[in-house]
Design a protein around this ligand. Structure first.
Ligand code: NAD
Length: 296
Protein backbone atom coordinates (compact mmCIF):
# COMPACT_ATOMS: atom_id res chain seq x y z
CA UNK A 1 0.00 0.00 0.00
CA UNK A 2 1.21 3.52 -0.76
CA UNK A 3 2.40 5.38 2.27
CA UNK A 4 0.12 8.34 2.96
CA UNK A 5 1.98 11.62 2.58
CA UNK A 6 0.96 14.39 4.96
CA UNK A 7 -0.68 17.24 3.04
CA UNK A 8 0.09 19.84 5.68
CA UNK A 9 3.37 21.61 6.20
CA UNK A 10 4.76 22.48 9.61
CA UNK A 11 5.24 26.03 10.75
CA UNK A 12 8.35 24.91 12.58
CA UNK A 13 9.05 27.49 15.28
CA UNK A 14 12.14 25.70 16.52
CA UNK A 15 13.81 25.75 13.12
CA UNK A 16 12.73 29.32 12.39
CA UNK A 17 13.91 30.57 15.78
CA UNK A 18 17.27 28.82 15.36
CA UNK A 19 17.91 30.66 12.11
CA UNK A 20 16.80 33.99 13.62
CA UNK A 21 19.05 33.38 16.62
CA UNK A 22 22.09 33.04 14.33
CA UNK A 23 21.40 36.58 13.03
CA UNK A 24 20.79 37.91 16.56
CA UNK A 25 24.12 36.45 17.75
CA UNK A 26 25.96 38.32 14.97
CA UNK A 27 24.20 41.57 15.85
CA UNK A 28 24.84 41.03 19.57
CA UNK A 29 28.56 40.77 18.81
CA UNK A 30 28.34 44.07 16.87
CA UNK A 31 26.63 45.76 19.82
CA UNK A 32 29.33 44.44 22.12
CA UNK A 33 32.02 45.93 19.89
CA UNK A 34 30.25 49.29 19.70
CA UNK A 35 29.19 49.63 23.32
CA UNK A 36 31.82 47.58 25.10
CA UNK A 37 29.25 45.24 26.58
CA UNK A 38 26.78 42.62 25.37
CA UNK A 39 22.99 43.22 25.33
CA UNK A 40 21.70 42.51 28.84
CA UNK A 41 18.27 41.11 29.77
CA UNK A 42 16.97 40.56 33.31
CA UNK A 43 14.01 38.38 34.29
CA UNK A 44 12.17 38.87 37.57
CA UNK A 45 10.55 35.77 39.03
CA UNK A 46 8.39 36.18 42.12
CA UNK A 47 7.54 32.93 43.91
CA UNK A 48 8.23 29.35 42.95
CA UNK A 49 5.62 28.42 40.33
CA UNK A 50 7.07 25.45 38.38
CA UNK A 51 5.84 26.50 34.93
CA UNK A 52 7.02 30.10 35.41
CA UNK A 53 10.43 28.87 36.49
CA UNK A 54 10.69 26.70 33.37
CA UNK A 55 9.75 29.65 31.11
CA UNK A 56 12.22 32.00 32.78
CA UNK A 57 15.02 29.45 32.66
CA UNK A 58 14.38 28.92 28.94
CA UNK A 59 14.66 32.69 28.38
CA UNK A 60 17.92 32.90 30.33
CA UNK A 61 19.33 29.94 28.38
CA UNK A 62 18.34 31.57 25.09
CA UNK A 63 20.24 34.73 26.12
CA UNK A 64 23.39 32.70 26.66
CA UNK A 65 22.99 31.00 23.28
CA UNK A 66 23.19 34.34 21.43
CA UNK A 67 25.90 35.93 23.58
CA UNK A 68 23.64 38.19 25.67
CA UNK A 69 24.22 38.77 29.34
CA UNK A 70 21.29 37.68 31.50
CA UNK A 71 20.32 38.16 35.12
CA UNK A 72 17.69 36.19 36.99
CA UNK A 73 16.15 38.14 39.87
CA UNK A 74 14.41 35.64 42.16
CA UNK A 75 12.15 36.97 44.88
CA UNK A 76 10.12 34.98 47.42
CA UNK A 77 6.34 34.56 46.98
CA UNK A 78 5.88 36.66 50.13
CA UNK A 79 7.52 39.74 48.52
CA UNK A 80 5.32 42.79 49.10
CA UNK A 81 4.10 44.92 46.20
CA UNK A 82 6.18 47.84 47.49
CA UNK A 83 9.33 45.72 47.66
CA UNK A 84 8.78 44.51 44.09
CA UNK A 85 8.22 48.08 42.87
CA UNK A 86 11.44 49.15 44.62
CA UNK A 87 13.35 46.37 42.84
CA UNK A 88 11.83 47.41 39.51
CA UNK A 89 12.88 50.98 40.18
CA UNK A 90 16.47 49.76 40.51
CA UNK A 91 16.21 47.85 37.23
CA UNK A 92 14.71 50.90 35.50
CA UNK A 93 17.73 52.96 36.57
CA UNK A 94 20.45 50.37 35.98
CA UNK A 95 22.58 51.69 33.08
CA UNK A 96 24.09 48.23 32.55
CA UNK A 97 20.68 46.71 31.81
CA UNK A 98 18.91 47.08 28.43
CA UNK A 99 15.60 45.42 29.20
CA UNK A 100 13.76 43.25 31.69
CA UNK A 101 10.62 41.22 32.09
CA UNK A 102 8.49 40.42 35.10
CA UNK A 103 7.27 36.86 34.70
CA UNK A 104 3.49 36.47 35.03
CA UNK A 105 1.43 35.39 36.87
CA UNK A 106 2.39 37.31 40.01
CA UNK A 107 1.19 36.26 43.49
CA UNK A 108 -2.40 37.35 44.16
CA UNK A 109 -1.48 40.10 46.65
CA UNK A 110 0.43 41.98 43.91
CA UNK A 111 -1.42 44.14 41.36
CA UNK A 112 0.11 43.06 38.01
CA UNK A 113 -1.28 46.12 36.18
CA UNK A 114 0.40 48.45 38.66
CA UNK A 115 3.68 46.58 38.24
CA UNK A 116 3.50 46.77 34.42
CA UNK A 117 2.86 50.53 34.61
CA UNK A 118 5.95 50.95 36.75
CA UNK A 119 8.33 49.44 34.18
CA UNK A 120 10.18 52.04 32.10
CA UNK A 121 8.65 51.62 28.58
CA UNK A 122 12.17 51.87 27.11
CA UNK A 123 13.10 48.69 29.01
CA UNK A 124 9.75 46.93 28.60
CA UNK A 125 10.95 44.18 26.24
CA UNK A 126 7.77 42.15 26.87
CA UNK A 127 5.83 45.02 25.23
CA UNK A 128 3.11 45.03 27.93
CA UNK A 129 3.36 48.67 29.07
CA UNK A 130 0.44 50.84 27.85
CA UNK A 131 2.92 53.09 25.99
CA UNK A 132 4.14 50.12 23.95
CA UNK A 133 0.61 48.77 23.48
CA UNK A 134 -0.44 52.24 22.23
CA UNK A 135 2.52 52.40 19.86
CA UNK A 136 1.58 48.99 18.46
CA UNK A 137 -2.02 50.08 17.88
CA UNK A 138 -0.88 53.28 16.15
CA UNK A 139 1.83 51.50 14.15
CA UNK A 140 4.53 53.58 15.84
CA UNK A 141 7.99 52.24 16.80
CA UNK A 142 8.10 50.45 20.14
CA UNK A 143 8.35 46.97 21.57
CA UNK A 144 5.82 44.48 20.21
CA UNK A 145 4.51 41.87 22.64
CA UNK A 146 6.63 38.75 22.28
CA UNK A 147 4.11 36.02 21.44
CA UNK A 148 2.10 37.98 18.83
CA UNK A 149 5.32 39.29 17.25
CA UNK A 150 6.68 35.74 17.15
CA UNK A 151 3.53 34.51 15.38
CA UNK A 152 3.82 37.21 12.72
CA UNK A 153 7.51 36.44 12.28
CA UNK A 154 6.75 32.73 11.83
CA UNK A 155 4.17 33.47 9.10
CA UNK A 156 6.70 35.78 7.41
CA UNK A 157 9.47 33.17 7.59
CA UNK A 158 7.35 30.55 5.83
CA UNK A 159 5.94 33.02 3.29
CA UNK A 160 2.32 32.40 4.32
CA UNK A 161 0.11 34.79 2.35
CA UNK A 162 -2.07 36.88 4.69
CA UNK A 163 -3.30 39.88 2.66
CA UNK A 164 -7.07 39.81 2.19
CA UNK A 165 -7.45 36.58 4.16
CA UNK A 166 -9.96 36.02 6.92
CA UNK A 167 -8.04 35.55 10.17
CA UNK A 168 -10.00 34.23 13.14
CA UNK A 169 -8.34 34.67 16.54
CA UNK A 170 -9.76 32.62 19.43
CA UNK A 171 -9.01 34.32 22.76
CA UNK A 172 -8.82 37.99 23.71
CA UNK A 173 -6.11 38.13 26.39
CA UNK A 174 -3.94 41.23 26.62
CA UNK A 175 -0.79 39.23 25.94
CA UNK A 176 -1.85 37.08 22.98
CA UNK A 177 -5.34 37.27 21.44
CA UNK A 178 -6.01 41.00 21.41
CA UNK A 179 -2.54 42.13 20.25
CA UNK A 180 -2.25 39.43 17.57
CA UNK A 181 -5.66 40.47 16.22
CA UNK A 182 -4.28 44.03 15.88
CA UNK A 183 -1.06 42.91 14.18
CA UNK A 184 -2.94 40.70 11.70
CA UNK A 185 -5.26 43.57 10.71
CA UNK A 186 -2.48 46.17 10.30
CA UNK A 187 -1.65 47.58 6.89
CA UNK A 188 1.58 45.55 6.80
CA UNK A 189 2.96 42.29 5.52
CA UNK A 190 2.21 39.90 7.18
CA UNK A 191 -1.09 41.58 8.02
CA UNK A 192 -3.88 43.09 5.94
CA UNK A 193 -6.26 40.39 7.14
CA UNK A 194 -9.95 40.77 7.87
CA UNK A 195 -9.96 39.74 11.50
CA UNK A 196 -12.63 38.17 13.69
CA UNK A 197 -11.83 38.03 17.40
CA UNK A 198 -13.70 35.21 19.16
CA UNK A 199 -13.80 34.73 22.94
CA UNK A 200 -15.59 32.95 25.76
CA UNK A 201 -18.90 34.74 25.04
CA UNK A 202 -18.83 34.04 21.29
CA UNK A 203 -21.90 32.13 20.10
CA UNK A 204 -21.50 29.13 17.81
CA UNK A 205 -17.72 29.29 17.70
CA UNK A 206 -17.46 26.44 15.17
CA UNK A 207 -19.44 28.37 12.54
CA UNK A 208 -16.85 31.17 12.86
CA UNK A 209 -13.69 29.05 12.99
CA UNK A 210 -14.90 27.20 9.88
CA UNK A 211 -14.70 30.50 7.97
CA UNK A 212 -11.04 31.03 8.89
CA UNK A 213 -8.32 31.05 6.25
CA UNK A 214 -5.91 31.62 9.13
CA UNK A 215 -6.87 30.40 12.61
CA UNK A 216 -4.88 31.59 15.63
CA UNK A 217 -5.94 29.75 18.77
CA UNK A 218 -5.08 31.18 22.20
CA UNK A 219 -7.92 30.03 24.44
CA UNK A 220 -5.93 27.94 26.91
CA UNK A 221 -8.25 24.91 26.54
CA UNK A 222 -6.60 21.59 25.60
CA UNK A 223 -7.72 20.27 22.19
CA UNK A 224 -10.82 22.48 22.07
CA UNK A 225 -10.53 22.99 18.29
CA UNK A 226 -11.41 19.75 16.53
CA UNK A 227 -11.28 18.71 12.88
CA UNK A 228 -14.95 19.52 12.23
CA UNK A 229 -14.33 23.14 13.31
CA UNK A 230 -11.94 24.04 10.48
CA UNK A 231 -12.08 24.14 6.70
CA UNK A 232 -9.78 22.45 4.21
CA UNK A 233 -6.56 24.38 3.58
CA UNK A 234 -6.68 26.44 6.79
CA UNK A 235 -3.44 27.82 8.27
CA UNK A 236 -3.39 27.02 12.00
CA UNK A 237 -1.30 28.72 14.66
CA UNK A 238 -1.82 26.96 17.98
CA UNK A 239 -0.62 29.08 20.89
CA UNK A 240 -1.97 26.86 23.68
CA UNK A 241 0.33 24.65 25.66
CA UNK A 242 -0.86 22.18 28.28
CA UNK A 243 0.98 19.60 30.32
CA UNK A 244 -1.23 16.49 30.51
CA UNK A 245 -0.37 13.58 32.80
CA UNK A 246 0.53 10.49 30.83
CA UNK A 247 1.79 7.42 32.67
CA UNK A 248 2.89 5.81 29.38
CA UNK A 249 5.57 8.47 28.90
CA UNK A 250 8.93 8.38 30.62
CA UNK A 251 8.47 12.03 31.62
CA UNK A 252 5.01 11.28 33.06
CA UNK A 253 3.33 13.88 30.86
CA UNK A 254 2.73 14.98 27.29
CA UNK A 255 2.15 18.42 25.85
CA UNK A 256 -1.06 19.32 24.05
CA UNK A 257 -2.16 22.45 22.28
CA UNK A 258 -5.56 24.10 21.93
CA UNK A 259 -6.13 22.15 18.68
CA UNK A 260 -6.61 18.39 18.37
CA UNK A 261 -3.53 18.07 16.20
CA UNK A 262 -4.22 14.88 14.20
CA UNK A 263 -7.73 15.96 13.16
CA UNK A 264 -6.93 19.61 12.45
CA UNK A 265 -3.63 18.87 10.68
CA UNK A 266 -5.46 16.50 8.33
CA UNK A 267 -7.31 19.51 6.89
CA UNK A 268 -4.63 22.20 7.30
CA UNK A 269 -2.22 23.56 4.70
CA UNK A 270 0.12 24.83 7.43
CA UNK A 271 0.08 24.13 11.17
CA UNK A 272 2.32 24.79 14.17
CA UNK A 273 3.41 21.78 16.23
CA UNK A 274 3.04 21.81 20.02
CA UNK A 275 5.68 21.95 21.36
CA UNK A 276 8.10 23.55 18.89
CA UNK A 277 5.72 26.05 17.28
CA UNK A 278 4.86 29.35 18.95
CA UNK A 279 6.91 28.78 22.14
CA UNK A 280 10.40 29.15 20.60
CA UNK A 281 9.16 32.14 18.57
CA UNK A 282 8.05 33.92 21.75
CA UNK A 283 11.56 33.61 23.15
CA UNK A 284 13.23 34.80 19.96
CA UNK A 285 10.98 37.90 19.89
CA UNK A 286 12.10 38.72 23.40
CA UNK A 287 15.71 38.49 22.23
CA UNK A 288 14.91 40.75 19.25
CA UNK A 289 13.34 43.33 21.56
CA UNK A 290 16.35 43.20 23.89
CA UNK A 291 18.70 43.72 20.96
CA UNK A 292 16.61 46.69 19.85
CA UNK A 293 16.74 48.13 23.39
CA UNK A 294 20.52 47.68 23.45
CA UNK A 295 20.85 49.56 20.15
CA UNK A 296 18.81 52.53 21.38
P1 NAD B 1 -5.99 33.61 28.93
O1 NAD B 1 -6.56 32.56 29.82
O2 NAD B 1 -5.53 34.89 29.51
O3 NAD B 1 -7.06 33.95 27.81
C1 NAD B 1 -7.82 32.96 27.18
C2 NAD B 1 -8.83 33.61 26.26
O4 NAD B 1 -9.54 32.58 25.61
C3 NAD B 1 -9.84 34.50 26.95
O5 NAD B 1 -9.86 35.75 26.31
C4 NAD B 1 -11.17 33.78 26.79
O6 NAD B 1 -12.22 34.69 26.49
C5 NAD B 1 -10.93 32.88 25.60
N1 NAD B 1 -11.66 31.61 25.73
C6 NAD B 1 -11.65 30.75 26.75
N2 NAD B 1 -12.48 29.71 26.51
C7 NAD B 1 -13.01 29.93 25.30
C8 NAD B 1 -13.94 29.23 24.49
N3 NAD B 1 -14.46 28.05 24.90
N4 NAD B 1 -14.28 29.76 23.31
C9 NAD B 1 -13.75 30.90 22.88
N5 NAD B 1 -12.85 31.62 23.59
C10 NAD B 1 -12.50 31.13 24.78
O7 NAD B 1 -4.83 32.86 28.12
P2 NAD B 1 -3.53 33.45 27.34
O8 NAD B 1 -2.57 34.01 28.32
O9 NAD B 1 -3.94 34.25 26.17
O10 NAD B 1 -2.92 32.05 26.84
C11 NAD B 1 -3.65 31.17 26.02
C12 NAD B 1 -2.88 29.87 25.87
O11 NAD B 1 -1.65 30.14 25.24
C13 NAD B 1 -2.53 29.18 27.18
O12 NAD B 1 -2.56 27.78 26.97
C14 NAD B 1 -1.11 29.62 27.44
O13 NAD B 1 -0.39 28.69 28.23
C15 NAD B 1 -0.58 29.69 26.04
N6 NAD B 1 0.53 30.62 25.84
C16 NAD B 1 1.60 30.15 25.16
C17 NAD B 1 2.64 31.01 24.87
C18 NAD B 1 3.80 30.48 24.10
O14 NAD B 1 4.79 31.16 23.98
N7 NAD B 1 3.67 29.28 23.53
C19 NAD B 1 2.61 32.33 25.29
C20 NAD B 1 1.50 32.80 25.98
C21 NAD B 1 0.44 31.93 26.23
Amino acid sequence: MDQQVAAYRLLDGKRCSDSLKERIAIEAAEVKLMRGRAPHLAAVLVGDDGASRTYVEAKVKACESVGFRSTLVRLPATTSEDALLARIDELNRDPELDGFIVQLPLPKHIDADKVMLFIDPRKDVDGFHPVNVGNMVLGQPGFLPATPAGIVELLRHYGVATSGKHCVVVGRSNIVGTPVSILMSRNAEPGNCTVTLAHSRTRDLASITRQADILIIAAGKPEMITGDMVKEGVVVVDVGIHRIEDATRKSGFRLLGDARFSEVAAKASWITPVPGGVGPMTIVSLLQNTLKAARQ
